[in-house]
Structures are given as C-alpha cells and as structure tokens.
Design a protein around this ligand. Structure first.
Ligand SMILES: CC(C)(COP(=O)(O)OP(=O)(O)OC[C@H]1O[C@@H](n2cnc3c(N)ncnc32)[C@H](O)[C@@H]1OP(=O)(O)O)[C@@H](O)C(=O)NCCC(=O)NCCSC(=O)C[C@H](O)C(=O)O
Ligand SMILES: [Mg+2]
Length: 288
C-alpha cells in the first residue's frame, strides 16, 4: 500500500451538465470536481446540488477521487451546499475563496455537524490576496484540510493582473501557497488553463506547474486530461534514474555520499528518489 493518491488531473465539471457528468465516467482523470459554483447558473443550483450528491453516491466513477465544490461562504447557497456535500460523503468538499484559518475551523465544524464521514476532507481554494498573505495559518488550521487548490482566474482578477504565458504576475502567489502547503504537509493543485484549444500553451503550463512542485493541475476540458496525466507522472527515465540512484547509494553503504552518472548522491537525493517511485507505484496501482 502506498500513501499517495495521484492527483495529476483534476477535472471540474458543471454539476448542471448531465452530459459532462456522464462523460466523466469514461475519462482517465485522477479526480473530479463536481462544481456548484462558477460553472452553474443561479437558477440551476438546486438541481446541480442534487445531481452532484447523486453522482458521488452512485458508485459509477470507479477509482476516481470525487469531490464537490460548494458555493462560497456567505452566499445564499453555501449552507445547503455544504450540508448536501457532507451527507454525500465525497473524498473532499472544495470550498472557494477561503480567506482565513478561522474560516477553515468553522467549515470543518460545519462538515462534522452535518455528519460528514471521516474520509471527507476539506480542500481550500486559495484565490484571493488576503488568503495568499495568510496562507500558512490557513494550511495549518485543521488536520481535515488536505489540499489547496489554486484559483488562478480569481487571483488574476483580484490582483488586476493579466493572464500571460509564464504567469509572472502570479508566480509570487503560487510560490507562497506552495511553501505553505509543503510546510503543512498537504497537497496542492495548480489552477486551470482557460484556452481549451491551445494545447501547446496548456502543456507548457503543466510543465511549469510540475517544476514548481504542484501535485497536479485542475482542468476544465476532457482534452486536457492526457497532457496533465503525462506531465505530473514521473517519466520512464525518471523512474529508471530513481532506481539506479537508490541502488548506487545502497552499494556504497557506509559512505554518506556516492555518485550516480557523475552526480553527487546523498541521503536527501535517495528520499526524493523514493518519493518518485512511490508516486509511480501509486499511478500504476490506479491503472492496474
Ligand atoms: C469550456 C467548456 C464550456 C467547453 O464546452 P464545449 O464547447 O461543450 O466542449 P466540447 O464540445 O469540446 O466538449 C466535448 C465533449 O466533452 C464534454 N465535456 C466538456 N467539458 C467537460 C468537462 N469539464 N467535464 C466533462 N465532460 C466535458 C462535452 O459534454 C462533450 O461531450 P460529448 O458530446 O459526449 O462528446 C466546457 O468544457 C466546460 O464547461 N468546462 C468546465 C467549466 C467549469 O467547470 N468551470 C468552473 C471551474 S474553473 C474555475 O472556476 C477555477 C477557479 O475558481 C479560478 O478562479 O480559477
Ligand atoms: Mg475561482
């Protein structure tokens, strides 16, 4: 058994879109976010809430990690969404625009009051300036908080910034959230890429997200799934290197440092290599 749950590809879909809900059963996504927030029109929200809860309870999505994104704190739909999501018992309830540790504590308490099972975690979206500025305390607010999800559209909007290749305007925010997630030992997912027809731009952003340290990427279209799965999985070369490096270190047992293919190897590199193999094994197990 491995402790990793792969979250390479995490697909949002409007819970009001029956076709999309059906389609997701056939897609090789690691996780699904049944959305009740931005992608659902106000009139459609009650029916979408029911559809999301039914989808989670259906057992029709195989090994995919299922989550529900509720409407934000303070909106007219939030309480009903949270209750329905808690009772459906998905892997996580995703809450947009979480702004403080206090909000996390209150969300967790509400989930518990609504009878959420223990396996239902909280995923907090980091998408406002105040959240970024307080992100470490948010990350540490509750053991039930297991993942950050970057909301890069809202972040760009709130900063009066622009969407540009390379994402320079929001890199400080992405780095800060990553630092907090790693310090707290939780997962963190990159934001979405809006242009569903721009494959090159999307793949470049996946590579950037992996290099920064994200565990995976949130997606908005089935055409983005394959690219994210490839980008956030260790390559064959990386797996081979990890095995070779560990072997080289074990062969040199007793000496704290060896070389592998000319590169210095110390215990910290072995730990990284073991993590690579754990992620690889978890992905293999998912596919098996
Ligand atoms: C972006 C879209 C509106 C495009 O829709 P459409 O033009 O219908 O796409 P296609 O015709 O290419 O679709 C082909 C088939 O795939 C299905 N489909 C499309 N999108 C999804 C999906 N997300 N999940 C599952 N299935 C999907 C179509 O039904 C077609 O099926 P078929 O005919 O049977 O072959 C659309 O992709 C879409 O609505 N995407 C999701 C949008 C969304 O959820 N937005 C909210 C989340 S993003 C966000 O808010 C992030 C954050 O908060 C931030 O601040 O950044
Ligand atoms: Mg948002």
């Amino acid at each position: 058994m491995t402790e990793f749950t792969p979250l390479r590809s995490v697909l949002y879909m409007p819970s009001s879109n029956a076709k999309a809900l059906e389609k997701a059963k056939t897609l090789p996504v690691d996780a699904v976010i049944f959305d009740l927030e931005d992608a659902v029109a106000p009139d459609a929200k009650p029916a979408a809430r029911e559809a999301a809860a039914a989808a989670v309870s259906s057992g029709d999505y195989g090994r995919r990690t299922l989550t529900i994104r509720v409407n934000g704190i303070g909106t007219e739909w939030h309480d009903d969404d949270l209750r329905a999501a808690a009772q459906a018992g998905p892997a996580a309830v995703v809450v947009p625009k979480v702004n403080s540790a206090d909000e996390v504590v209150r969300l967790v308490s509400a989930l518990e009051q609504h009878g959420a099972p223990e396996h239902t975690k909280l995923w907090a979206m980091i998408e406002t300036p105040v959240a970024v500025l307080d992100v470490l305390s948010i990350a540490r607010a509750s053991a039930r908080l297991s993942c950050f999800v970057m909301g890069t559209n809202d972040l760009v909007k709130e900063l009066y910034a622009e969407h540009v290749p390379g994402r320079a305007p929001i890199l400080p925010s992405l780095h800060t959230a990553l630092l907090a997630a790693r310090a707290a030992g939780i997962s963190i997912l990159d934001g979405v890429y809006n242009d569903v027809k721009d494959t090159d731009g999307f793949l470049a952003e996946c590579d950037q997200g992996r290099q920064l340290g994200f565990d995976g990427k949130t997606l908005i279209h089935p055409g983005q799934v394959e690219g994210a799965n490839a980008a956030f999985a260790p390559s064959e070369q990386a797996v081979e290197d990890a095995r070779g490096l560990i072997q080289a270190f074990e062969d040199g047992r007793g000496s704290g440092v060896v070389t592998y293919h000319g590169r210095m190897v110390e215990n910290l590199h072995v730990e990284s290599a073991r993590r690579t193999l754990d992620i690889h094994d978890a992905i293999q197990a998912l596919q098996g």
